[in-house]
Design a protein around this ligand. Structure first.
Ligand code: 3PG
Length: 216
């Protein structure tokens, strides 16, 4: 489903392959953080709606760092989805899937990538014609093995695996046929943000992106 910005959920998943999941508490951190990630080779990031400043952070990144694709995460309701679209997010990601959110997604101008963790949830998403999904919480829900099992009945579904992804395991996920990208907070440790250590964040991004390029 391609939306207003001309960006589809598939574009988001294929722009990875690693998507930092970020909690921004200070809106002044948003722009330098996005610039640091861009310098490290990151093309898409997710700002979680877990702080009161998240929408402002999205707005600032959209305006000042247009080369990076900014999405809103932790979308729990149709209202969240609407607020994210108004703030300028190019896409939205939810940890789970509920009928009211699916209904709201039809009305909004940005694509929703809903979270699933079971075959039944996946079938609900399919029924709504959504085939690019977040698999969450990836590691706790069965990790690489459950994703391999889901490939059998659902080969057309592409996942962004998140939740418990680390520098140690992310390449195992990316090697799966049905995983297009991985997301995670490991790329943006909260203490590095608090210290405003942008070069450390660029370094972590570079490390992740370079390792993927080596193994692909
Ligand atoms: C989330 O939505 O919290 C993400 O999936 C990040 O999970 P992580 O902190 O385990 O990387």
């Amino acid at each position: 489903m391609i939306k207003k910005d001309g960006i589809s959920a598939l574009d988001v998943l294929t722009s990875g392959p690693v998507i930092p999941v970020i909690v921004v508490s200070n809106p002044d951190h948003a722009v330098p953080l996005a610039q640091a990630l861009l310098a490290g080779g990151i093309k898409v990031l997710e700002i979680t709606l877990r702080t009161t400043t998240a929408l402002e952070a999205i707005q600032r990144i959209r305006e000042k760092v247009p080369k990076i694709l900014v999405g809103a995460g932790t979308i729990l309701s149709g209202q969240d989805l609407h607020a994210a679209a108004e703030a300028g997010a190019s896409f939205a990601i939810s940890p789970g899937l509920i009928p009211s959110l699916l209904a709201a997604a039809y009305q909004e101008s940005i694509p929703l990538i809903p979270g699933v963790a079971t075959a039944s949830e996946l079938m609900m998403a399919r029924e709504a014609n959504l085939t690019e999904l977040k698999f969450f919480p990836a590691q706790a829900a069965g990790g690489v093995e459950i994703l391999q099992s889901l490939y059998g009945p659902f080969p057309q579904i592409k996942f962004c695996a998140t939740g418990g992804i680390t520098l140690q395991n992310y390449r195992e996920y990316l090697a799966l046929k049905n995983v297009a990208c991985v997301g995670g907070s490991w790329l943006v440790p909260s203490e590095k943000i608090a210290q405003e250590d942008w070069s450390a964040i660029t370094g972590l991004a570079q490390e992740a992106v370079t390792e993927v390029a080596k193994s692909s």
